[in-house]
Design a protein around this ligand. Structure first.
Ligand SMILES: O=P(O)(O)OC[C@H]1O[C@H](OP(=O)(O)OP(=O)(O)O)[C@H](O)[C@@H]1O
Length: 203
């Protein structure tokens, strides 16, 4: 599979473009970065989403990793999402006792088979519902949006809620063909990497 090299500049610009779309849905209360690939885009996005005179938007991290797993059909290898880290409101508890009633933005670098995003959204929605029922706050609306730098144009193995897709709450920096994307944080030689990205017009 051919490789597509992405530069830090390219990522910064995709975040800037994404942020203007994200803002159409109102102010974001909390960013949830899916690690590791979502960390750097989440931090850049925060720069563009910050509202004047307001505090920085908090970023929480969740750790999700895809592991290969044999399925019942032994010829096929499925992928299982493993949760390595989850939300911790800790010192934020004064403002964030939970996600209830918040406008939450989930960030990852790439939507490949959509397995990871599906897992993140459905688990977070389940957490919120459980908490709402526990606290008797079922009348408050929590909104989840998703931002990815790249969406690979390919058949997906899992879905996102229709409501999210139809209401402009799935936001993509760029939709790309199904190529192997090489992000700059994986580069051993960043100058060479950036040159290759420039040659491909990914600047
Ligand atoms: O759409 P999907 O098929 O689910 O693939 C996308 C996910 O795969 C990568 O994660 P990975 O588990 O490789 O970990 P990393 O983010 O730590 O590199 C990437 O960061 C996304 O989270």
């Amino acid at each position: 599979m051919s490789k597509s090299f992405i530069s830090y500049n390219n990522i910064h610009k995709l975040c800037k473009k994404g942020a203007s779309d994200i803002k159409q849905n109102g102010p974001v209360d909390l960013i949830i970065a899916i690690g590791g690939g979502g960390f750097i885009p989440a931090r850049i996005l925060r720069t563009f989403l910050k509202e004047e005179g307001k505090k920085n938007i908090p970023i929480q991290a969740i750790g999700l990793s895809l592991y290969e797993q044999m399925t019942e059909d032994e010829d096929k290898i499925g992928k299982e999402v493993v949760r390595t880290q989850w939300l911790d409101f800790g010192n934020l508890s004064q403002h964030f006792d939970s996600l209830i009633g918040k406008n939450v933005l989930i960030v990852d670098e790439v939507d490949d088979t959509r397995t990871t995003l599906h897992y993140a959204v459905s688990e977070l929605e389940r957490d919120v519902l459980e908490m709402q029922q526990k606290l008797g706050r079922t009348d408050e609306k929590t909104t989840f949006s998703v931002f990815v730098l790249h969406n690979k144009d390919k058949p997906k193995k899992a879905q996102l809620p229709d409501e999210m897709l139809q209401n402009g709450r799935y936001i993509v920096g760029e939709t790309v063909v199904d190529k192997w994307i090489i992000y700059p944080w994986d580069a051993q030689e960043i100058d060479e990497h950036t040159e290759k990205a420039q040659e491909q017009g990914n600047i």
